[in-house]
Design a protein around this ligand. Structure first.
Ligand SMILES: NC(=O)C1=CN([C@@H]2O[C@H](COP(=O)(O)OP(=O)(O)OC[C@H]3O[C@@H](n4cnc5c(N)ncnc54)[C@H](OP(=O)(O)O)[C@@H]3O)[C@@H](O)[C@H]2O)[C@@H](O)CC1
Ligand SMILES: Nc1ncnc2c1ncn2[C@@H]1O[C@H](COP(=O)(O)OP(=O)(O)OP(=O)(O)O)[C@@H](O)[C@H]1O
Length: 500
């Protein structure tokens, strides 16, 4: 097989087999700077004239023995880099990257006027997979633009490049071109540096991720093995939200779902479904002790759907968070939980098992709460990605999922973008479905000790809920409501698992 088609970042891309490629060498293209010190001196010299340096780098994927590999250039014994270079002033990303790849890999020939030039390197420039910024004239770089930096010195973009099924690389003599398997790069910062080491996560495939997370059902399991999920929410006004979150966890495959709500919401929630275990305890005497006792039996907690914002929660909410963190449980904060969290961010700062799932408005509130200026709802995707990574990093690398036209997921180091089509229907409750599925998938990922389980669970959950929306929209059109999405959870899951 010359070319395998795989789904990366939810888009089909074909990976050529390197066996179908030939390799030639051509004259060396000396590195412009002889050392790292020289590189930064030149950056400093050029900055006042040229402004921020814009660098584009190619993620060229191939497959060998059915395993995806990324092409790297090796210089000397230990230095690896992605094929790429600096854009000219005013040059676009695609145009510039194609020019650079042509210089690096195009066939050399002599033009009619005697000039040594290169034949255009055949490839297709696809989407940006990752962004990194260099705030100062020094090696430190971030996958987001730190808020206090107004004049970054370099912006690096990693761009997916698709190759035809066969072809030829003409490699400059001073480089070795090699294909590194993704698993070798994964989190291997000492070997490849932070940028290359983070690429496998940025490129992860949803079907594979789900497969690695889902528990295998067995007759040896007992009730609870597949998860006991708690939802803290439900008030006089909002009874649907906690039901959606808890029911999603059951319909996804968790064994037990508990709802901790205000007494006035309990009978209503219970009447929606006999499956839910409903505790009418919120803001009642002895609530904390009762909640604490139940917590010990649960695996993951969603705090916030339909919780309300009444004054008595000011006292209870931080106590709930403290108990969850003390018991080291997986924690998803959503809906009104995010509203209340503004005053209590310190309680979750640095808590790696915490996942925040804000919508556009809730995200802005969190930004303001930490002193960042809020990112506009309509900001371009790259700016939103930067803002989500900045917030996640500021909060001590917990996971932030900003829901929207594309869902952006970041832990401050790695940022994913889930842009499956979903549906154009914006009815309430879809975010509650997401929070219930994040909690369940995060528990399963933690049980299987999946590396970066929280991030992958969030990516998988976003893909799942968008897929549910897409499938159910086909049937219900503009009349689609959140309840219509719950029965298709397993259909959507199967669909994602079957992704090639
Ligand atoms: N059936 C039930 O029980 C349900 C209960 N729910 C529960 O309700 C609670 C409050 O949640 P919430 O989302 O209504 O409150 P909040 O965050 O203050 O947003 C309010 C305003 O923000 C804006 N806005 C939001 N997104 C935006 C965007 N993308 N782009 C632009 N603007 C955007 C928008 O403003 P508007 O357009 O109205 O001016 C919106 O009205 C919470 O606990 C939740 O779980 C829901 O789950 C629904 C089903
Ligand atoms: N513009 C959009 N296009 C496609 N999908 C979207 C869009 N906006 C949001 N979604 C999807 O809808 C789901 C819920 O996101 P939303 O922003 O409505 O959350 P929310 O306001 O917290 O929901 P809830 O009504 O449950 O409180 C997410 O899975 C998200 O991917």
């Amino acid at each position: 097989m010359a070319s395998e088609s795989v789904e990366l970042n939810n888009r089909a891309i074909s990976l050529p087999n390197l066996m179908k490629y030939t390799f030639g060498t051509k004259d060396a293209i000396p590195e412009r700077d002889k050392s790292i010190t020289e590189r930064f001196s030149r950056l400093r010299r050029e900055f006042p004239v040229m402004g921020m340096r814009r660098t584009v780098e190619a993620i060229i994927l191939t497959h060998q023995h059915k395993m995806p590999h990324i092409l790297l250039l090796k210089i000397g014994a230990t230095y690896f880099k992605l094929p790429g270079g600096t854009l000219e002033p005013g040059e676009g990303d695609s145009e510039g990257l194609h020019r650079i790849l042509t210089t690096l890999f195009g066939e050399p020939f002599i033009a009619d006027d005697g000039q040594h030039i290169f034949a255009p390197f055949p490839c297709e420039i696809r989407e940006v997979v990752a962004n990194w910024w260099r705030p100062h004239f020094e090696p430190t770089q971030y996958p987001y633009l730190p808020s206090h930096i107004t004049r970054p010195k370099e912006h690096r973009r990693m761009i997916l490049v698709e190759l035809p099924p066969e072809g030829c690389f003409h490699v400059p003599g001073n480089y070795n071109l090699l294909a590194a398997p993704l698993f070798e790069l994964f989190e291997n910062t000492p070997g490849y540096g932070p940028v290359i080491a983070s690429l496998p996560l940025s490129l992860s495939k949803v079907g594979k991720i789900l497969q690695s997370i889902l528990p295998i059902l067995s007759n040896r399991d007992h009730k609870g093995t597949c998860g006991k999920i708690g939802v803290v929410g439900g008030s006089l006004e909002y009874t649907g939200a906690p039901y959606f979150a808890a029911m999603t966890s059951l319909r996804l495959g968790a064994d037990l779902a508990h709802v901790f709500c205000r007494p006035e919401a309990a009978v209503v929630i219970k009447s929606y479904s006999p499956e839910l275990i409903v505790h009418p305890i919120l803001c009642t005497p002895g609530c904390e002790a009762k909640f604490d006792e139940w917590l010990s039996r649960l695996n993951a907690i969603v705090v916030g759907p339909g919780l309300g914002r009444d004054a008595d929660l000011d006292e209870l909410f931080p106590k709930i968070l403290t108990s969850v963190v003390k018991k080291e449980l997986l924690l998803v904060v959503d809906g009104d939980g995010l509203f209340l969290l503004q005053k209590h961010l310190d309680l979750v700062k640095g808590y790696g098992k915490c996942m925040l799932t804000p919508n556009a408005m809730e995200f802005q509130r969190l930004e303001k709460a930490v002193g960042f200026s809020p990112t506009s709802f309509d900001a371009p995707d790259t700016e939103l990605q930067t803002s989500v990574a900045r917030l996640a990093s500021h909060l001590g690398s917990l996971t932030v999922v900003r829901k929207g036209r594309s869902d952006i997921i970041s832990n401050g180091v790695v940022t994913f973008d889930c842009s499956l089509p979903g549906s154009p229907r914006r009815c309430g409750g879809q975010g509650d479905l997401l929070s219930g599925s994040v909690a369940t998938l995060a528990f399963w990922a933690s049980e299987k000790c999946v590396e970066n389980g929280g991030m992958l669970a969030c990516l998988a959950a976003c893909s799942l809920i968008r897929s549910c929306a897409e499938i159910s929209f086909e049937k219900f059109g503009r009349g689609l409501v959140a309840s219509d999405m719950i029965p298709v959870i397993q259909v959507a899951l199967k669909h994602l698992l079957e992704q090639k």
